[in-house]
Structures are given as C-alpha cells and as structure tokens.
Design a protein around this ligand. Structure first.
Ligand code: UVW
Length: 322
C-alpha cells in the first residue's frame, strides 16, 4: 500500500456515513449497548458448556517484570509498597493491639493499561458518543457511557475462541496483518465450531509475544494486526448481534486501516455505532493450547470490570470455564 497523506485520509463521518447503528435501540438512556443481547437465556444456555471444570483466567499481569504492553503514549502501571515488615523497624510505626503487622501497596495505572473493558463512550468522532451522547459529557470524567454500567451488569455468555494465529499457521500474526469476518468464519469452520448469534468472540493473534521478544523495538512503526473495516464486516457484526469483542492485542483491530489510512475505524463502527463492548490485551495462550488439544472452542465466559465511577475503561480478569 502507498501511504496516504493526512489530507487524503477520509473523515470517519464520511467513511461511516451509511454504516449500521444501534443508537436508540435500547432507549435514550442506554449505556451498555450490545451487552443487552446477553440476557438470562444466554447465561443459562452458556452454563451448559461447563463440562470438565477447567478454569482459565485471561488477564495479563499488572506490573509484569517483563513489562506491560500498552498503547503508545500510555505508561505501564507502577506499584508502590507503602507498608511491609520493614515499616515496623521504625520507632514511629503504627502499633496495634495484639501485634498486628501488614502489607499495603498502591498502583498508579492507566485504566486502559492492562487487560481491560473499554467504556462504550471511550472513543468517538463528530462530537457524539455511543447512543448519540454529546462528547462534551466526557469532559473531566464520563458522565454517561462510562465503564460503570458495564461493571454493574457483568458479561456472561457463550464465547468462541477463534485462533487466527494457528489458523494461519503462524506463531504470531505480523504487524499490520489483517483479517475479515470471512476469515473468522473460515477459522471457525477449520476448528469445527459453529458461530452463533450473540456469541462473544475471543480472537487470538499472539501478537503481544513480540512485545516480550523485541522490547522497545516492538513500538517502531507501531501497527498491530487485526480485523479490518469493510461495510460487509460491520453488517455481519450487526446481524450476528455480537455483544463483546475480546482479543489479545492492545486495540482489537488493525491500528491503521491499509485501505484508507484511518486509525481505529472499528472502535467507531463497532463500539461507538453498534455498542459492542471491547475487551483488550487478554492473554489467550493457555486457553488456546487447551482448545487445540481437546478441539473444544465453545466456552462459558464471565467477566466484570471494576466499578470505576466515570471511568473510560477498567481492568478486568475474565474467566473462561470448560
Ligand atoms: C484507544 O482507543 C486509543 O485505545 P484502546 O486500545 O484502549 O481502546
């Protein structure tokens, strides 16, 4: 592809002018969007997928000694020890009846600096967020469409793992490598799993392995691999009533669309317009190995981000049970 100069890059207003939208579908005050597709029926049905009792947790370590992969411009979390046994070496250490000592610490972290749910209002264009909310409602904190309603609701349903790295016969997908919904369907067919309406999609690229392998060089010419925008892909997500897109990359889609030069198109087409919840930076490695071994790619999935008032996102440790 020849790189487009900024003036040639279309505005999102133009690119997504005729794109499907779920604004208003769940009322004027809705803040959880396509998660409305996951009701009691989906939860009960997903519970029937629990057969072996194997449990997988999908969060990456916060404060990993190897480093925390974050979107450029964000900094990894720092953890500070406040109290530990050395606190009681000091004469002025707090004394408690009975001789209690304890450890306390705190973290300074971007809410999107680890495995996380994005709030539906996390990204926007043209001055409007999910459901048509005014973008000025983000000033100083998210007044609407924050992560809090997602955290209160929780996310439970049938998930399907689509192992795009194995499907393409690669250890990891490459920088800027793209795939479409047709590729997802072909991957599902090869894995022998049916994609159903209202499925939570877990997509594995194993791209973040390169963060651990390459160090700082990982960020040179930063362009993650991932799904690429097309009107057909967006319509497929709308028709399939996908509630939640979960991937193991930092931003869930190819960073810059090779066809038009626009950044994070699907954040807008899927999250802002359709209200699909985005879960990013998950660790799908142990789960993917297990699925490759037992051939079972349909899963019970449960997750709830932290209840952060006015947060644009929040860490989460999703749980998958087989
Ligand atoms: C951006 O939208 C910039 O980041 P995230 O990958 O956290 O959604």
């Amino acid at each position: 592809m020849t790189e487009k100069t900024p003036t040639e890059v279309p505005r999102l207003e133009e690119l997504l002018a005729d794109a499907p939208s779920n604004w208003g579908k769940w009322g004027p005050d809705d803040e959880v969007g396509s998660l409305n597709y996951l009701g009691p029926e989906q939860v009960v049905s997903a519970a029937s997928l629990i057969r072996s009792g194997k449990v997988f947790t999908l969060q990456r370590l916060i404060g990993d000694p190897q480093g925390d992969p974050v979107w450029p411009g964000r900094t990894p979390a720092t953890r500070t020890q406040i109290y530990d046994e050395s606190t009681w070496d000091r004469d002025d250490a707090p004394q408690f009846p009975g001789g209690l000592h304890y450890a306390d610490d705190k973290i300074d972290a971007f809410l999107q600096g680890s495995t996380q749910y994005d709030a539906l209002g996390h990204v926007w264009f043209g001055g409007q967020l999910w459901n048509g909310y005014d973008a000025r409602t983000t000033v100083g904190g998210m007044d609407v469409a924050s992560v809090e309603p997602i955290a209160r609701r929780g996310v439970v349903g049938r998930a399907v793992l689509l192992d795009m790295a194995r499907y393409r016969g690669k250890k990891t997908l490459e920088s800027a490598e793209t795939f479409t919904h047709e590729d997802l369907l072909a991957c599902a067919a090869q894995q022998g799993v049916e994609l159903r309406k209202r499925d939570i999609l877990l997509i594995r690229t194993n791209y973040l392995q390169l963060f651990y392998d390459l160090g700082d060089a990982f960020y040179e010419g930063f362009c993650e691999p991932g799904m690429v925008y097309s009107p057909e892909l967006v319509q497929w997500f709308a028709d399939m009533e996908i509630p939640n897109l979960v991937t193991d990359t930092i931003a869930n889609e190819v960073t810059t669309d090779p066809n038009n030069g626009v950044a994070l198109v699907l954040h807008n087409a899927l999250m802002r317009n359709l209200g699909i919840a985005f879960t990013e930076i998950t660790d799908l490695e142990a789960l993917a190995d297990d699925c490759a071994e037992d051939g079972c790619y349909e899963l019970f999935y449960a997750a709830a981000p932290l209840k952060v008032a006015q947060g644009s996102g929040s860490p989460v440790n999703p749980v998958v049970i087989k």
